[in-house]
Write a protein that binds this ligand. Sequence first.
Ligand SMILES: [Zn+2]
Length: 257
Amino acid sequence: MTSRIVLNGFTRLAAQACGAALDLLLPPRCLACERTIAEPGGLCAVCWADMPWLEAPRCARLGTPFSHDLGAGALSPRAIAEPPLFDRARAAALYKGPARDLVLTLKFGGRRETAGAMGRWMAFAGHELIEPGTLLVPVPLHRVRLWQRRFNQAALLADAVARQSGADAGLLVLERVRRTRQQVGLDARERQKNVRGAFRLRAGAEAQVAGRPVVLVDDVLTTGSTVTACARVLKAAGAAGVDVLTFAVADPVTGDR
Ligand SMILES: [Zn+2]
């Protein structure tokens, strides 16, 4: 019996060692699909061509794309009708196609390699938000969900953007004190109600925030109700400004999320 246990343990260790060796031997794969690529940590040519990157011209406030250039500082009808509590939002891509695949890969796999690439593209998309002294703050998960998932994808992204840009990441600045329903499937008013009072500043984080420009980091921006609830807490704590940087933003035409 003992020898069988030892053998089983040995077999498992051998299988793990083989798995690690295979990872080194197999060609690297695209982060958004299964195609093989030359260098690890990137996209294949097909996903790169399909990626719905967001480029100027865009709404100066919400970062959503314009079909034609309206000049510097132009605002979208939505930003004028419902000015957000945060100052500016920027995203690398629209939430569809390979961008959506990347968000889901990160959310359910949590691979640092995926977060690293997404963080690089976010740092590029949000370069005008990040200045000396900027604090990158991820939207927190409730501790029960963090325990279930084992990682917070927003924290992985904030850390990746920090490494890319040189800005500080404040991974323990905010906490989610109330469990909230998943926002998917709720309308804008229900989303606002769902996250009201859900966030607070962690004890001892006041000095980190007061007088500093803060950039809230999340994977996807949809109606903005979650980041608005976080921005309210950060502004009350004396942040010099609160911007929002996400990897993707819901398609303003289809409202996809
Ligand atoms: Zn691909």
